[in-house]
Design a protein around this ligand. Structure first.
Ligand code: HEC
Ligand code: HEC
Ligand code: HEC
Ligand code: HEC
Ligand code: HEC
Ligand code: HEC
Ligand code: HEC
Ligand code: HEC
Length: 418
């Protein structure tokens, strides 16, 4: 077999027409907004050579700006440094960061996070660049993704040990300018890991689940995600459930260095989570738009990105800073205290005007609502100590993906609790 670099050099010389369909319509291939590396401005904007350096690889040595041996795939820099320290990524750790970072040296590209671009936040309050998004409290650990995807060669045959984990979710030759055109699903920026050579989310939409309800982009108006229009059925939102469960499903075992354990499997089917396909119990102490829509929808199935960021977050577990049209009231640093997330869609005591009547307290839902799980007696059994004002109980004891209320302190009500 020919060395990769040589094969690739040949491919780069193929007539443009061969690539026309995908690449020229892509964000990188755009002749106006595409790649334009500072060291190679003699090439037209969008030219492959802003990322690949054919001659270097053929000759075996690389021209400026990066010295040393040729990089895999004849890229102008190392595709991905498998020893990179997650949460403290540097530009040199990933070829993408040479452009997708505030300190980029090749070309500076600005991208807000999901909550900003699709969740109606004011730009400027959240990370403005991709590398910075990964350098927060929580992040998709690129090294773990690399190990997982490279290890599953039957599922992801196109991925090699020299591949870049960003490309597990994106195809740099196809990705389009979603953020510039976010009401048009055809401008998708993502590719499903098992279907790398196509875009995902152009026709695969959340509206295929009749039970999706687009959250507010701004809760003080009727604006919905992703584009601030009144469209609520998910027909402008990619099917992120199908996308994320390509990896996070009930068959894959995924290790997380951050959590130092295998991740819980995610079951979004009708026998899995309530936020997924499983039908809720009777009354729902929810907020709008869910309360109003509950009149016609007996089940809501949420998108993973209604709660999570895809890259990283200042909250744990990639949890969004802004959900359902409002900013979270506090940073979530542990699963013991997750109420700041829940209260974007469910009534805390203040919103219910009941129980302790206090923002961020949850006595009403658990003890007084008509579908309360627990009648308030024998306080110490669950709260550790009793009295009329007992200490709160860590939310994460009972609420997590796949949970039921089998926590030792709880009384069985045989309910799924997430
Ligand atoms: C030489 C600079 C450069 C490099 C290297 C680069 N990009 Fe980009 N990227 C760009 C530019 C320029 C755009 C278009 C920006 C715009 O639309 O305003 C872009 C856009 C994108 C988009 C579309 C997002 C959107 O909505 O605009 C994705 C996805 C993307 N890049 C992913 C990657 C990944 C993954 C890598 C690494 C494998 C990478 N990029 C490497 C310059 C680069
Ligand atoms: C934004 C940077 C960027 C641009 C522009 C770009 N590529 Fe790539 N290309 C990559 C990266 C990164 C890889 C490595 C893929 C991986 O990580 O598995 C790659 C891989 C390849 C491969 C190996 C097979 C594959 O698809 O993974 C070929 C062939 C290729 N590129 C050709 C081209 C051609 C031809 C063009 C222009 C029409 C082009 N590339 C433009 C970044 C780029
Ligand atoms: C686990 C999957 C996953 C990984 C890994 C991943 N991304 Fe993304 N990325 C997404 C999703 C999902 C979106 C947002 C939604 C969309 O545009 O459809 C996104 C959006 C983007 C965008 C567009 C942001 C905007 O303005 O809308 C860029 C650029 C991007 N990613 C680059 C990268 C780079 C660079 C890496 C690696 C450092 C990376 N991504 C790793 C899933 C991923
Ligand atoms: C290519 C496979 C892949 C895809 C697709 C993927 N993930 Fe992950 N995810 C991983 C791996 C590997 C880990 C373990 C590493 C880690 O903890 O960051 C992980 C970890 C996580 C974690 C735990 C993060 C933490 O703090 O430890 C969350 C939350 C998560 N993913 C959400 C998502 C969401 C939401 C999507 C869809 C946008 C998604 N993932 C898509 C591979 C994937
Ligand atoms: C983006 C909005 C949103 C967020 C954030 C949210 N939920 Fe929900 N939740 C819902 C919706 C909508 C339903 C109804 C699902 C259905 O119809 O099956 C629901 C249902 C539930 C149920 C089942 C209720 C029943 O009557 O069966 C529980 C328990 C629950 N959520 C707990 C939580 C917890 C705990 C948090 C915070 C960690 C949280 N939710 C965050 C929207 C949300
Ligand atoms: C079967 C378990 C259970 C029993 C028994 C129980 N609680 Fe609770 N209680 C909960 C759960 C779960 C929550 C919600 C988590 C939280 O806020 O601590 C809660 C919340 C509360 C809160 C809000 C706490 C806060 O600071 O946010 C108060 C006050 C409360 N309970 C009072 C009582 C009193 C008084 C009793 C006894 C008369 C009692 N509970 C018995 C499970 C129980
Ligand atoms: C001892 C277990 C336990 C703990 C601890 C606990 N909960 Fe719950 N929670 C439940 C059960 C059981 C339900 C009822 C699920 C159902 O309706 O099917 C519930 C329901 C909820 C709901 C959904 C109510 C609705 O129907 O709309 C929210 C939101 C919620 N809890 C938030 C929290 C928060 C925030 C914390 C931490 C402060 C917490 N819970 C701690 C057991 C617990
Ligand atoms: C209602 C909000 C919400 C939605 C919707 C949601 N998540 Fe989560 N997710 C959470 C919260 C809260 C946590 C932290 C508690 C836990 O570990 O489950 C979490 C944790 C995770 C984790 C880490 C699990 C672990 O092992 O601790 C993964 C992986 C994950 N989510 C993936 C997904 C995927 C994939 C989807 C869509 C199919 C999704 N989430 C939808 C709120 C949500």
């Amino acid at each position: 077999m020919l060395p990769l670099s040589v094969t690739l050099a040949g491919l780069l010389l193929l007539p443009e027409a061969l690539w026309a369909g995908g690449y020229l319509d892509s964000a990188h291939g755009s002749s106006s907004a595409g790649v334009e590396r500072s060291a190679t401005t003699s090439f037209a904007t969008g030219n492959c050579l802003h990322c690949h350096e054919t001659h270097a690889s053929v000759a075996g040595s690389e021209p400026a700006p990066t010295a040393g041996t040729p990089s895999a795939y004849t890229l102008f820099a190392t595709n991905f440094n498998t020893s990179a320290v997650p949460g403290s990524y540097l530009v040199a750790d990933n070829v993408c960061f040479y452009c997708h970072s505030a300190s980029a040296t090749a070309q500076v590209v600005v991208n807000g996070d999901y909550a900003t671009t699709f969740g109606g936040d004011a730009s400027g309050t959240l990370p403005q660049y991709i590398m910075e998004a990964f350098n927060q409290r929580s992040y998709h650990n690129l090294g773990d993704i690399h190990n997982f995807v490279d290890g599953e060669s039957i599922l992801f045959p196109w991925y090699s040990e020299y591949s870049n984990p960003c490309n597990a979710c994106h195809n740099p030759h196809l990705a389009k300018r979603n953020y510039q055109d976010f009401s048009a699903p055809l401008s998708s920026a993502i590719s499903k890991p098992t279907d790398h050579f196509n875009l995902w989310g152009q026709t695969e939409l959340m509206s295929s689940y009749s039970s999706y309800e687009a959250p507010y982009a701004n809760a003080t108006s009727t604006a919905r995600e992703p584009d601030g229009s009144t469209t609520a059925d998910g027909s402008k939102t990619a099917d992120y459930v199908g996308f994320c469960t390509n990896c996070h499903n009930t068959s894959n075992t995924i290790y997380s260095t951050t959590l130092a354990r295998n991740l819980r499997s995610i079951d979004w089917s009708s026998s899995g989570d309530k936020h997924g396909g499983l039908v809720r119990e009777g009354l729902l102490d929810s907020l709008n738009p869910y309360t109003a829509a509950a009149a016609t929808k007996s089940n809501f199935l949420l998108s993973c990105l209604d709660c999570h960021e895809p890259h990283g977050s200042s909250n744990i577990m990639l949890l969004r800073k802004r959900v359902n049209g409002g900013d979270l009231s506090a940073t979530i640093t542990t699963t013991n205290v997750m109420g700041a997330l829940c209260r974007q869609c469910h009534k805390d005591d203040a919103a219910a005007s009941a129980g302790t009547n206090t923002v961020g307290k949850w006595q009403y839902i658990h003890h007084y609502s008509s579908d309360r799980p627990y009648s308030p007696t024998q306080c110490a059994l669950c709260h550790g100590s009793g009295g009329s004002n007992p200490p709160p109980i860590p939310c994460g004891n009972c609420h997590f993906h796949g949970s039921d209320d089998s926590w030792a302190g709880a009384r069985q009500t045989n309910r799924k609790t997430f």
